[in-house]
Design a protein around this ligand. Structure first.
Ligand SMILES: Nc1ncnc2c1ncn2[C@@H]1O[C@H](COP(=O)(O)OP(=O)(O)OP(=O)(O)O)[C@@H](O)[C@H]1O
Ligand SMILES: [Mg+2]
Length: 261
């Protein structure tokens, strides 16, 4: 059964794109057909996937706006890892969507047609609330919330939980938290340990056991259009995203189980 998982957090730079891409790549390597939907006009996932934004026949903008557009025409493939790209054009589409009826359901409707082809679909959300993130949260079964170890981490979480609650009340009552994911973790940092401690205290059962360590190889990989597995398979980040993939596989086979036990 296909799981649709949004990577969301209004706070910028916390690792949403890095997680969507490398977790998807880890699952694809394990044999699961996996799709990434780039829903951010910045197009970071698209570029890291190795695509040139100037050279795309179709993007997620066509999926959202084209009434009878077949989403399969916007899929780009690398083995079992597939991607629907985004470009800056998506910013204008988000504005145009405001005049469209049932605008928050556009992505959901398109992904219905693709569910049968994939085991996992990851949606990379922009760092803002608005019609794009709303589309992601209506289409998703669950949400991964990457949390970096910065001072404002908990503020970002409050915002994303508030948005999820609104969507649950109105548009997608079945939306679940898959897990909070600590990112850019320096194990020797007392501040990082304090934030991870707070996550467990407030969201017991919804925090991944896996943490993604601070790893500079992760910053370099996108400039080569590569996932961490292609760029440096021996890096700590490759190990962490592999472990996360196993944890996600375990959780999705039984989503009622708490994560940390
Ligand atoms: N574990 C990590 N260690 C080191 N650098 C990281 C790690 N995770 C992400 N980064 C780097 O941090 C920056 C932000 O990451 P990323 O683009 O994934 O965040 P984001 O939440 O998608 O950002 P935005 O909100 O702008 O979409 C990138 O340069 C990325 O390479
Ligand atoms: Mg991003």
């Amino acid at each position: 059964m296909c799981r649709i998982i949004a990577c969301a957090n209004q706070k910028g730079g916390v690792g949403k794109t890095t997680t969507a891409l490398n977790l998807a790549a880890a699952l694809a390597e394990k044999g699961f057909p996996t799709l990434i939907v780039d829903l951010d006009p910045q197009g970071n996932a698209t570029v890291t996937f190795g695509l040139d934004p100037e050279d795309l026949q179709a993007t997620v903008a066509d999926v959202l706006l084209g009434k009878d557009f077949d989403p399969r025409y916007a899929i780009y493939k690398r083995d079992r890892l597939h991607l629907i790209p985004a470009t800056l054009e998506l910013e204008q589409v988000a504005v145009n969507l405001h005049a469209v009826r049932l605008r928050e359901h556009r992505l959901d409707r398109a992904l219905m047609l693709l569910r049968e082809q994939y085991d996992f679909i990851f949606i990379d959300c922009p760092p803002s609330i608005g019609v794009l993130t709303e589309n992601a949260l209506v289409a998703a079964d669950e949400v991964i919330i990457p949390v970096d170890m910065g001072f404002y981490a908990m503020v970002g979480i409050t915002q994303v939980l508030g948005t999820m609650e609104d969507i649950r009340e109105t548009l997608n009552p079945n939306l679940k938290i898959c897990g909070f994911l600590p990112t850019k973790v320096e194990h020797q940092s007392a501040f990082a340990q304090e934030i991870i401690g707070k996550l467990h205290e407030h969201f017991n059962g919804h925090v991944f056991n896996t943490v993604i360590r601070l790893c500079h190889r992760l910053q370099e990989a996108p400039s080569h259009g590569m996932t961490i597995f292609e760029y440096d398979r021996e890096s700590p980040a490759a190990e962490d995203y592999n472990t996360l993939a196993l944890e996600v596989m375990r959780w999705t086979s039984n989503p009622d189980q708490p994560l940390d036990n």
